[in-house]
Ligand binder design. Sequence first.
Ligand SMILES: C[S@@+](CC[C@H](N)C(=O)[O-])C[C@H]1O[C@@H](n2cnc3c(N)ncnc32)[C@H](O)[C@@H]1O
Length: 279
Amino acid sequence: MDQLQKVKEYYKECDESYQHWGGEEIYSMHHGFWGENTKTHIESMVNMNRVLAEKLKIKPGDKILDAGCGVGASAIWLAKNYDVEVTGITISELQCEKANTFAKKEGLSDRVTFYVRDFQNPDFKDESFNIVWILESLCHGEDKGKFTQEAYRLLKKKGRLIAAEYWLVRSYPKLNKLEKWLVDRWLSGWRLPNLWTAQEFKNYAEKTGLQNVGIIDITKNTSPSSKEIFKRGASGYLVNKYIKKRTPVQMAHVVGCIFQYLALKLGSWKYQIIYGEKI
Ligand SMILES: C[S@@+](CC[C@H](N)C(=O)[O-])C[C@H]1O[C@@H](n2cnc3c(N)ncnc32)[C@H](O)[C@@H]1O
């Protein structure tokens, strides 16, 4: 099975788990950003949208591509809070259908549209967008370099790219045996083919042509979410296996939930935002 098929299958089988995580009808599928005044899990996930949007200095009329949009939670939030047009792409037909239904229900179909496309080969015209937003989706990309080239091509002049992601602290071959063991279980459970370091991505983005590329470490703000993912995975493992009789894909997802946190505690990865501009 190729990587795109693996991701489709994963999100089909694990949809219920993500729905549970996102809590609300239009469920977010990302870590929360916990600031000093954040009180709830749902609030933390909305905060993540706000933090990225503020960094982007969104302007009225901006056209935004949400690459790897899930069921559209961030795209719909952006359209509700800013005078922008958002195009969301996901590789999952199920998510795309749900996202378009949610946009319609919110009365936003004129400004928010979703398509099934691969963000490594998105097939939009050059300079179609002011912003490319990718939130915990690049991790699934087999060819992260191809995504970066495409993002650059799709940006208009003065366009901005933002990528909020899990990044290894050292390139994979430089991890020690234990780190590799933990990271491998996390990656295969969540169907992530590889992870880069933030510096590897920054170097590639600069080679592609992006400028003013910066890395912001927000691991402290996201680690309460990583811990919560771990707690849900660890506490539900046996129930999922023997009582709920989850499928192998669903059980691997639970294992991924446990190992991402163990790898974080060992210091093997960080949650970082990368921002760059097309001048
Ligand atoms: C963890 S979810 C994040 C969703 C959304 N950004 C959010 O925060 O709610 C990862 C998303 O990336 C999408 N994805 C993974 N590989 C993709 C690809 N090659 N092209 C487009 N979407 C992809 C998945 O379908 C899913 O929607």
